[in-house]
Design a protein around this ligand. Structure first.
Ligand code: GUN
Length: 306
């Protein structure tokens, strides 16, 4: 029997532990976790994501601030806001929603965030800590951290002897995901658009993680029988069967045909997606505890780190 992971349920248990952890912080220090989310421009998908992040921060009991800036915002203005938030003691996490409008240098903005407040885990200091195996003092990129919770739930913390494949090499997902798997002793391969014979590399993977943005690219005969399949793709495709001009979300994995081959698989939607926001909240409450020198609750640590 294949286990279909319920990402909403796993995320909900993490959110409940975050609420408790935030309440404990408030009881000990009188301070709430503060999360500032910055969005520039009017891309509707980005606004939907940011709205969900701000709402969840409030549900967690955080001090939640959203800065909505016009698309004409200059590099200097945006950098000025980041600088102000870096120095604001009531803010423990800063997230700049990506992508930024073309005229802005996103990399320079991300690197301007204080690493201790970089709840996206994208600052070179945080990426470097992950790359050198320091998972304790940095902040880890939210989607790979969430995907890794599923992998740990399926296989435990030690992946010795298991072959893991990550399809995709982005800084936001593929690279940190590969680092997390490697840190857990998996034998890791990173595949990408220049890789030859992807199907046969996939067939060797005990843990297959797909993050390429190509709808239902991974087919049943690419999946090793009994593999754990984590689908990070979110692709909107036409769904004429639901009516004229209707669309639906699908992952990078052809779910219906791959599910019977896998032993564990994530659906889209409802798999990795809900975990990204949960891990953003986790990073924020962890950053707040570190700022005040208090300890994160054992329950939250266990849910995230096993
Ligand atoms: N845009 C899409 N995903 C993300 C994310 O995880 N963080 C940020 N900052 N922007 C995004």
């Amino acid at each position: 029997m294949t286990t279909i992971i319920d990402g909403k349920a796993v995320a909900a248990s993490i959110i409940a532990a975050i609420q408790d952890t935030n309440a404990a912080l408030q009881a000990q220090t009188g301070k709430k976790t503060g999360l500032a989310v910055i969005i520039v421009g009017d891309d509707p998908a980005s606004h939907a994501y940011v709205g969900a992040k701000s709402r969840m921060a409030k549900e967690c009991g955080f001090f939640s601030v959203q800065h909505t800036l016009p698309k004409e915002t200059t590099q200097q203005e945006l950098a000025g806001l980041v600088h102000e938030l870096n120095g604001d003691d009531s803010i423990h996490g800063i997230l700049v929603q990506l992508p930024l409008p073309q005229h802005l240098d996103a990399e320079a903005i991300i690197q301007a965030i204080r690493p201790e407040k970089d709840v996206d885990g994208l600052h070179v200091a945080n990426a470097g800590k992950l790359a050198t195996g320091d998972l304790e003092s940095g902040l880890i990129s939210c989607t790979p951290a969430g995907a890794m919770v599923f992998v740990s739930n399926a296989h435990g913390r030690d992946l010795s002897g298991l072959n893991a494949l990550v399809i995709g090499r982005s800084n936001l997902f593929g690279k940190p995901m590969a680092q997390l798997l490697l840190n857990a002793n998996a034998t890791v391969t990173i595949a990408h658009s220049r890789t030859n014979d992807l199907p046969s590399i996939c067939r060797n993977a005990d843990i297959l993680v797909a993050a390429v943005g190509r709808p239902e690219m991974v087919k049943a005969n690419w999946v090793k029988p009994g593999a754990t399949v984590i689908d990070v793709g979110i692709n909107r495709v036409p769904a004429p069967e639901r009516g004229e001009k209707k669309t639906k979300l699908v992952g990078d994995v052809a779910f219906a045909e791959c599910a019977p081959i896998a032993s564990v698989i994530t659906p889209v939607p409802g798999g990795v997606g809900p975990m990204t926001i949960a891990m953003l909240m986790a990073n924020s409450v962890i950053a707040a505890h570190r700022a005040s020198g208090t300890k994160v609750s054992g329950q939250l640590s266990t849910l995230i780190f096993g």
